[in-house]
Write a protein that binds this ligand. Structure first.
Ligand SMILES: [Zn+2]
Length: 91
């Protein structure tokens, strides 16, 4: 018995698969992406390879524009982790 969701065919590999094999997508009618997880992984990797230079440039621009934001975020993360460690040490 299923939990109300039906298997569907992937637009990439054309295989019929259960909903658990599809990433969730809020803007999709059935709440899942059109391509299965493994097809998404393949196309994501292909995109990254194809756009490696542009992606790296984009990352550099982002980091240069958000130096202070990144510093604050990293500091907050470190403090959170330290607090977790301190909390664990007291128990
Ligand atoms: Zn697929």
């Amino acid at each position: 018995m299923t939990n109300g969701s039906i298997s569907k065919a992937c637009t990439g590999c054309q295989e019929v698969q259960p909903p658990s094999e599809f990433h969730k997508a809020a803007n999709s009618k059935d709440g899942h992406r059109w391509a299965c997880k493994s097809c998404c992984k393949v196309s994501e990797r292909a995109y990254k390879v194809k756009n490696a230079v542009a992606e790296s440039k984009r990352g550099k621009i982002y980091r240069s524009k958000h130096v202070e934001d990144i510093r604050i975020r990293d500091k907050a993360y470190r403090e959170l982790k330290q607090a977790e460690l301190d909390g664990r040490a007291q128990i």
